[in-house]
Design a protein around this ligand. Sequence first.
Ligand code: C2E
Ligand code: CA
Ligand code: CA
Ligand code: CA
Length: 277
Amino acid sequence: AKESGKNRYVLYDKIMNKDFTERMNIEKHLHTAMDNNEFELFYQPQFDLNTNKVTGLEALLRWRSPELGLVSPMKFIKVAEDTHLIIQLGEWVLIQACDFLSHLHKQGLTDMKMSVNISTLQIFQSDFNTKVLKIIDYFKLDPSSIELEITETVLIESFEVVYDKLLKLREKGIGIALDDFGKGYSSLSYLKQLPITTLKIDKTFIDNVSLIQENKTITQHIIKMGRSMGISVIAEGVEHNDQLEYLKKYECDKIQGYLFSRPLPKEEVEKLLKGLK
Ligand code: C2E
Ligand code: CA
Ligand code: CA
Ligand code: CA
């Protein structure tokens, strides 16, 4: 028994060390990644089930490190937040996404919208609103063509400050999406007060929407709730046809997922959009 305990410890140690080394490596190379132009945005289409059209794109960050290869945002966003690099990086993301959207509009895709993920730390910056509005203005975009995706953590950490800022952005026409909806716990109380335009049903509910009754019920309720509050509902991580069928049946507004398209580099997504036109 003693022996196996020791083995288990060795394994644990190995796993922890691997994570630790990986994190150290990410940290080491992340701060030069901006200057070395190693970041890129991919874009995933959001498909409207009412009109059968792509109405928007979500910008998703990619990091191609010469040393580490393609690193998932799941791994480096956390490090970027801990090191506060996310503030600069997040601004870069917004600029790139607006630049591309303005390009698409000039290509005749005039109704296309853009969703951009915003980290809690960005919103907490005192000049966050000023920066967002400046960037949108610079690219001569209608603020209503931009949607900021936030998560519940931002609300839990400092409701008053965030509420105020979001309200002001909303008043300018900017859309606000609540990401990963359903995963947290305080969603409902915030929903009524916040200027939310879109709810994104978390992938974990969509994964087994046709198999697990609980997921079915939750999905159905989120859609109903969105409708009654005039909030658009989008399902994320839709991979299979049976999921799509359920979402259609429940009258979900939009879907996003591999079933329709994976996140794509800008040239590819532009080609896809032009082909659909
Ligand atoms: P998220 O905002 O919830 O984005 C959805 C994630 O699900 C993306 O992962 C997307 O590629 C993936 N996805 C979309 N459809 C499917 C599907 O059908 N099946 C599966 N299995 N996955 C699907 P990704 O691109 O790896 O991003 C992970 C997370 O990293 C994002 O989750 C978001 O929280 C964060 N992130 C990405 N880009 C940015 C950014 O520019 N800024 C900030 N602050 N966070 C970002
Ligand atoms: Ca998102
Ligand atoms: Ca999400
Ligand atoms: Ca997520």
